[in-house]
Design a protein around this ligand. Sequence first.
Ligand SMILES: Nc1ncnc2c1ncn2[C@@H]1O[C@H](COP(=O)(O)OP(=O)(O)OP(=O)(O)O)[C@@H](O)[C@H]1O
Length: 302
Amino acid sequence: MLQVNHITFSYKKTPVLKDVSFEVKSGENLAVIGESGSGKSTLLKVLYGEYDLDQGHIFWKNQEVLGPKYNLVVGYDFMKSVAQEFDLMPFISVSENIGKFLSNFYPEKKQQRIAELLEVVELTEFAHTKVKILSGGQKQRVALARALAKEPEIILLDEPFSHIDNFKKQSLRRSVFKYLKDKNITCIVATHDKEDVLGFADNMIILNNQKVIVNDSPEALYNYPICPLIASFFGEFNVIDNQIVYAHQLKVIAKSSLKAIVLHSYFKGNYYLIEATLNKEKVFFEHDFALNKNESICLKIN
Ligand SMILES: Nc1ncnc2c1ncn2[C@@H]1O[C@H](COP(=O)(O)OP(=O)(O)OP(=O)(O)O)[C@@H](O)[C@H]1O
């Protein structure tokens, strides 16, 4: 289990984390959410031992994670991190990068392991390509495979699929998160993307104003978003009578006291997102077809 106990951290002039505590059980997937600049990357760096804490303690099982003041070389064998900038060797191949830290003692085993990891990150066809000529998304996948190579007990992923196109993203996510679950590797993912969370994370924490404001399952937070910041992570929402109402929970009906005027219809694939005004406030709801500008409609909350 990872235990984060009352940690406080500041860069020279910028306080980032204040009295942050949470736990992650072995094999669990925790998502770290928060607005840009809320400290997600910093939290991952601190968990990795890249910085010294101002206060508090971090433990993985019985081992305390300590910063550079205590460790000449940052990091521990049980933990790997894939940061937003991936530190790869450009002039050697994808396979060589992935196998860089694997022992040469059993060459066949090493090649098997590399082949397995190439499959997980869907890069088999690029095995012999030099990293230098890969795209940003492909490099991100090499960095991920290299971090997994020695089967860490815990992996820290900072926006792990941010450089990857939508064609690949869905299947890659499933492949990587399934691999981590199958191998019981604890995983902490900092992300802006709800698709990285829903269906994969066991729990999520939200950072705001240097604190963890919630720590719960994605399902609980989606169903009972206690503040707009939480709802906004999951999608378009409205605040009606002090109640958070997702766009898909508002329906058009023949008659009701919620009378709105249509402003715009946005095509979204299998639905239209309608922007309207309700009591002079903007509201958004989902509808099967586009509505005409200035059309009067009645809404109900489902
Ligand atoms: N090396 C640094 N030195 C000083 N301040 C820093 C450093 N890195 C980050 N910060 C500051 O710390 C705060 C948190 O930054 P951080 O990168 O952790 O946020 P984030 O939530 O990961 O943001 P994003 O979602 O945009 O990646 C920001 O105010 C940022 O400007």
